[in-house]
Design a protein around this ligand. Structure first.
Ligand SMILES: *Cc1c(COP(=O)(O)O)cnc(C)c1O
Length: 396
């Protein structure tokens, strides 16, 4: 018998801290309404911000490409898995983001790990925002470069770290939109500081691409910056674009270096070409139809004004990510359960995903939500908060 005692004790500890994570199986497409365990739920926790994951044109593009190209790509990009569909998508993404070239990765996680570890090494310094996504942190650790974390969205703290540490090359890394808080990085200031210190700048815009900017180009365009102001741009397809995978955009030298040196690019099977075709279809919708971004903005506004009337503690977020910070894990879990009893799905986000003492309900809004559905959420939140008060006064 294998001795798993160290695992069983870690699992028991996690259970006891109420940090055990569980997967919900969903029985429908990703949508404003889903079915899970036979329960019909209003869905306020997907990253499908524009409602494209289930769009007929995106689905049709996938089906057509699968009929022509099959399902598996059959090999890595460098062997013979790089199809014309992958190539077309790369060219479209380069034009979309205002960069010379773009390179596809199978996931955003792999893109972040691959890019950071290909670009820096021992003797270099990676500077990261305290709230950066886990994949960026992991990339920094894997690279072997020295690591400094600056205070969240704090350019003064960033500048101090840049001055404190000597390094061959400094790489500044930030989320464009922060995934658990929903706020946007001060990219104008960060780009200026990067230039001033001759540091490289990498922005992971997983939550900005599709949603921000005049045509969905993301947080960089929203800030009024040009492509070249952010020389290393990461975008993902699994959120607003509604498909799967990721890209890096940059100039010739950057992309060629990644093709040569980014191990998560080299040593993995290329994404299915049909996914590239679906992403091309969805990119076209993002660029040409701005009504989804407008509708999303309206829902965000509606939710924020309704929630503040209820006295809920919102964060400084203008994006689709609207967390309600409640503090302790137990309260976050309870509220989430009370909402689920009213057929509303909002996940509780707990440490270690967020800092201790900042457990929250992470509400995400989508262009696929109707005004009525957001009102249903607000009504349910009001009830859930009252229920919470009633139960805690019983205990006291
Ligand atoms: C979701 C996310 C990723 C990971 O992208 P996947 O394609 O899901 O692997 C990377 N960075 C940020 C900021 C994210 O929110």
């Amino acid at each position: 018998m294998t001795d798993w005692s160290r695992l069983t004790s870690r699992l028991a500890q996690r259970q006891q801290q109420q940090l055990m994570r569980q997967r919900n199986t969903i029985e429908t497409a990703q949508n404003a309404e889903i079915v899970s365990n036979g329960q019909k739920l209003l869905n306020f926790c997907s990253n499908d911000y524009l409602g494209l994951a289930n769009h007929p044109q995106v689905v049709a593009a996938l089906q057509q490409a699968a009929a022509e190209y099959g399902v598996g790509s059959g090999a890595s990009h460098l062997v013979n898995g790089h199809s014309t569909l992958h190539h077309q998508l790369e060219e479209a993404l380069a034009a979309f983001t205002g960069h010379q070239r773009a390179l596809l990765f199978s996931t955003g996680y792999m893109a972040n790990v691959g890019v950071i570890s290909a670009l820096v090494d021992k003797g270099d310094l990676v500077l990261q925002d305290k709230l950066n996504h886990a994949s960026l942190i992991d990339g920094g650790l894997l690279s072997g470069a020295r690591f400094a974390r600056y205070l969240h969205n704090d350019v003064v703290s960033l500048t101090q770290k840049l001055q404190q540490h000597q390094a061959n090359q400094q790489l500044i890394v930030t989320d464009g939109v922060f995934s658990m808080d929903g706020d946007i990085a001060p990219l104008n200031e960060i780009a200026a500081v990067a230039k001033q210190h001759n540091a490289w700048l990498m922005v992971d815009d997983a939550h900005g691409i599709g949603c921000l900017g005049p045509n969905g180009e993301g947080a960089v365009a929203e800030a009024g910056l040009a492509g070249e102001d952010v020389p290393i741009l990461i975008g993902t397809f699994g959120k607003a674009l509604g498909t799967a995978g990721a890209f890096v955009a940059g100039d010739e030298v950057l992309i060629e270096s990644l093709i040569q040196f980014a191990r998560p690019y080299i040593y993995t099977t290329a994404m299915p070409p049909a996914i590239a075709a679906a992403t091309l279809a969805s990119l076209k919708l993002v660029q040409t139809e701005s009504f989804r971004r407008e509708k999303l903005k309206q829902r965000i506004h509606q939710f924020r004004s309704g929630a503040s009337q209820l006295g809920l503690q919102l964060m400084e977020s203008t994006t689709a990510i609207q967390p309600i910070v409640v503090g302790d894990t137990e309260t976050a879990l309870k509220l989430s359960q009370f909402l689920k009893a009213q057929d509303i799905l909002v996940t509780a986000i707990r440490p270690p995903t967020v800092p201790t003492g900042t457990a929250r309900l992470r509400v995400t809004l989508s262009a696929s939500h109707s005004e009525r559905q957001v009102n249903q959420l607000l009504d349910a939140l009001a009830k859930a908060c009252k229920q919470l008060k009633d139960t805690s006064s019983q205990l006291n």
